[in-house]
Design a protein around this ligand. Structure first.
Ligand SMILES: *Cc1c(COP(=O)(O)O)cnc(C)c1O
Length: 393
C-alpha cells in the first residue's frame, strides 16, 4: 500500500540497508537522536551510556574530528568549537572564575589579547600581558592566584617561538596551567603537550583545515579537566556545525603532506630572501639567524612551519608597490594556512591598533610583509616573489 506524502515527510529515515559500508565518513546533520528507553535516555544524558542525544552536546562529525586531534596532540580529550576564538572562550569560562589571574603573551593574536585583557576583566579575571620569551618577566608576573599562563607556539608576525617546557615549569611551580595556542605551528610542526602544556588550542580555520572554507576551533586537554570543560562547552553553546567538522576532518587528512610541502617552500623562500641585499630583514624560525632558532629546533625538529616575514627598506610605500606587483600570484589576505601563498601587511591589518613606536619595538615596520607560504611549486612562488621585488625596486 502506498503511503500518503504527508505521512512520509515527518518520518525519520531508516538507515541504509546494505551489507557494505561507505569509505568516506557520512555527514550527520541531525540535531536530535531517538532513544530506545527511559533508562537509555537517562544514561545518555548522564554520560554513563555512550551515544548522542542532542547535537549541541556532541555529534558524530565533531567527535570524529576531536578524536583525531586528541590523538595528534597526544592528549586524553579534545573538543571542537565553532571558531578558534570560541576555543579560547571555552578555556576561559571553564577553567577560571572571579578573582583569578592569568599571565598572557603580549604578542598574542589581537582578538585573543582583547579576550584576555579586555573581556575577562569584566568578569573579575585579571590579566598581565608580558613578553613571553623573557622567562624572568614571566616568572615575575606569576602571582599566588595565577591559574593560567597563555602563549602561542609561534607568534605573529615576527615568529617568536615560545619555550614551552620552560613555561610549563614556571606555570606548574606557581600551580597554574599552561595553555598553548598552536595555530601557527599545527600538530604537524609541534605538539605542545609533549613539552608539558596542559591545554592546547588551535584555530582549525587556518592550516589544520587548510582550504579557506571552514571556521572552527579546537581545545585539547587532560582527563583532569574533562568534566568541567565538557559541561561548559554545552552550557555556553560553543557547538561546531557537523558539515564544518566533516570538511575539517577531510582537510586534516592531508595536513601532514600540506605542511611538509609548504614548510619546504617556506624554507626556500626564507633562504632566497635572506640572500638578497634589497631586503632589510627576514624572519623565519628555521634560519639559524632567527632569535629563537635554538628553541625552535628543539621543539620542531626539522619542520619550522610555513610563515615567513620580511621587511622591505622603503617603508609602507615600498610594501604597497610589492603587494600590488605580487597580488596576481600572491593574494593579499589577512589570514594564513591557505592552499596558496598569501601575503599580509601587519602594520595596516593585525597590528594597526598598536602605536608606531610599540610596533617599532618589535620590529614591525611599514615595509614589513608576512607571507603564508602555500603548496604551489617552489618555482612558481620564488618567481612571483622575484618579479614583485624587481617591480618594487
Ligand atoms: C586566527 C587565530 C585565532 C582565532 O581563530 P578563529 O578561528 O579566527 O576564531 C586565534 N589564535 C591565532 C594565533 C590565530 O591565528
Amino acid at each position: 500500500m502506498s503511503r500518503r506524502i504527508d505521512d512520509i515527510c515527518p518520518r525519520p529515515d531508516a538507515p541504509l540497508d546494505t551489507v557494505t559500508r561507505p569509505l568516506a565518513t557520512p555527514i550527520y546533520p541531525a540535531t536530535v537522536y531517538q532513544c530506545d528507553s527511559t533508562e537509555q535516555a537517562f544514561g545518555l544524558l548522564a554520560g554513563t551510556v555512550d551515544g548522542f542525544v542532542y547535537s549541541r552536546d556532541g555529534h558524530p562529525n565533531a567527535n570524529l574530528l576531536a578524536g583525531r586531534c586528541a590523538e595528534l596532540h597526544g592528549t586524553d580529550r579534545a573538543l571542537v568549537t565553532g571558531s578558534g576564538m570560541s576555543a579560547l572562550s571555552l578555556a576561559l569560562v571553564s577553567l577560571l572564575e572571579q578573582g583569578d589571574h592569568v599571565v598572557v603573551s603580549s604578542q598574542l593574536y589581537g582578538k585573543s589579547l582583547a579576550l584576555w585583557t579586555g573581556e575577562a576583566p569584566r568578569f573579575g579575571i585579571r590579566a598581565t600581558a608580558v613578553e613571553i620569551c623573557d622567562l624572568a618577566a614571566v616568572e615575575a608576573a606569576i602571582q599566588p592566584d595565577t591559574k593560567l599562563v597563555l602563549a602561542e607556539t609561534i607568534a605573529n608576525p615576527m615568529l617568536r617561538v615560545a619555550d614551552i617546557s620552560s613555561l610549563a615549569e614556571l606555570a606548574h611551580a606557581g600551580n597554574a596551567k599552561l595553555l598553548i595556542d598552536n595555530t601557527f605551528a599545527s600538530p604537524a610542526v609541534c605538539r605542545p603537550a609533549e613539552f608539558g602544556a596542559d591545554l592546547v588550542m588551535e584555530s582549525v580555520t587556518k592550516i589544520m583545515n587548510g582550504h579557506s572554507d571552514v571556521m572552527l576551533g579546537l581545545l585539547c586537554f587532560g582527563q583532569d579537566n574533562a568534566e568541567r570543560i565538557k559541561a561548559a562547552h554545552s552550557v555556553w553553546g560553543l557547538f561546531p556545525s557537523p558539515i564544518d567538522c566533516w570538511l575539517a576532518a577531510r582537510g586534516l587528512s592531508t595536513l601532514a603532506v600540506r605542511v611538509e610541502r609548504a614548510a619546504a617552500n617556506a624554507r626556500a623562500v626564507a633562504e632566497g630572501l635572506a640572500a638578497r641585499d634589497d631586503i632589510e630583514a627576514v624572519y623565519y624560525p628555521g634560519l639559524s639567524g632567527h632569535v629563537d632558532h635554538a628553541v625552535a629546533a628543539r621543539q620542531f625538529g626539522e619542520v619550522f612551519g610555513n610563515i615567513v616575514t620580511f621587511t622591505l627598506p622603503g617603508g609602507t610605500e615600498a610594501a604597497d608597490r610589492f603587494i600590488h606587483a605580487a597580488a596576481d600570484s600572491i593574494p593579499f589576505c589577512p589570514s594564513l594556512g591557505e592552499l596558496s601563498t598569501t601575503q599580509t601587511h601587519p602594520a595596516s591589518t593585525s597590528h594597526r591598533l598598536m602605536t608606531e613606536s610599540d610596533r617599532e619595538a618589535i620590529e614591525i615596520r611599514g615595509g614589513t610583509i608576512r607571507l603564508s607560504v602555500g603548496i604551489e611549486s617552489q618555482e612558481h612562488i620564488v618567481s612571483a616573489l622575484q618579479n614583485a621585488l624587481s617591480a618594487t625596486a
